[in-house]
Design a protein around this ligand. Structure first.
Ligand code: MN
Length: 312
């Protein structure tokens, strides 16, 4: 066996440990007891390894109840959220920055109590369309806050994922290379880049190359098609996406995210522009996403195991 194919095999074996996740918004817009129980049970029943819960409003999360439901379903949990204008740690405003840090710390404590492995999303700025570019002073403050929060997260073995999102959702991190630069400035091994191929499809020159170049900084991955509906029903080249994930040796979670007006209400509906109903049956959508992801991962591993070309 050549060293190149050995490296490819190692990468393929590492990728074999990817946990597959499902965003809770496929099931429910909120997290009261009934919604939490349904979302967790449905996710477990489809064979996913974890559910990604929205932590936009941490006051709605009943920690003990959620923990029992997770244990019963035998699945793990990750959190995602975006800050808002009032808690924007990239704003340069002292009060907003302080409130943002408090919110991140609150979510971190809930994540720790629930055994969450990752807290992801737009943790570094508000989740909104900005009318102006980010300022270097504001971004520097954001880096400082994320470093302090990241140090606390490390004590609980939690990875913070800085989600790279398109220009309409933040003005701080729109490309994978900006994500890597932000994480490099933070300088902690548990503060990583969170990529989402829906956003990458808008902003990156080459989605596959951006995944490879993110390399070891990659800590979380969202799948979603260009229309945020069924995987494969849009224009994203998933063959290339999954080959790049396998080639890069990425071993972290791969979580499917899809939004439909059938489930999601405000504020997300407004921020994300979810005006269309792209599916009616969350079970069918999610079962398909799991099969699609597994089939593409398998195909990517086979492609890479049987070629010496670094371009595959
Ligand atoms: Mn995402």
């Amino acid at each position: 066996m050549t060293s190149i194919s050995k490296a490819a095999d190692n990468a393929a074996n590492k990728a074999a440990s990817n946990k597959l996740g499902l965003h809770g918004f496929v099931w429910e817009a909120g997290w009261d007891r009934e919604q939490c129980a349904r979302a967790i049970r449905n996710t477990g029943a489809l064979g996913f390894d974890l559910i990604e819960a929205c932590a936009l409003d941490p006051s709605t999360i009943d920690v003990d109840f959620t923990r029992r439901e997770l244990e019963r379903a035998g699945i793990g949990l990750t959190f995602s959220l975006g800050l808002d204008a009032d808690t924007d740690i990239s704003s340069g405003d002292d009060d907003k920055t302080r409130r943002g840090e408090q919110k991140l710390n609150l979510i971190l404590s809930i994540a720790r109590d629930l055994g969450a492995t990752h807290v992801c999303g737009i943790l570094y700025s508000a989740f909104q369309k900005y009318a102006f570019p980010a300022t270097s002073a504001g971004v520097a403050r954001s880096v400082e806050v994320i470093r302090r929060v990241g140090e606390k997260a490390a004590a609980s073995d939690i990875i913070l994922g800085m989600e790279v999102v398109n220009r309409y959702e933040t003005n701080v991190i729109n490309t994978a290379s900006q994500g890597v630069e932000f994480c490099r400035r933070v300088g902690l091994p548990n503060v990583r880049v969170h990529l989402d191929c829906y956003h990458m499809n808008i902003e990156e020159a080459d989605v596959g190359a951006a995944i490879i170049e993110t390399g070891a900084y990659l800590g979380y991955f969202h799948t979603g098609d260009s229309n945020r509906g069924y995987l494969g029903s849009g224009s994203i080249d998933f063959s290339r996406v999954f080959r790049a994930l396998v080639r890069s040796g990425y071993a972290g979670p791969i979580t499917f995210e899809s939004f439909s007006s059938k489930v999601v209400g405000q504020p997300l509906e407004g921020i994300l522009g979810i005006w269309r109903n792209l599916w009616d049956d969350g079970h069918d959508l999610s079962a398909h996403a799991k099969q699609f992801t597994e089939a593409h991962l398998k195909a990517a591993r086979e492609a890479i195991a049987h070629t010496h070309s670094p371009l595959v």
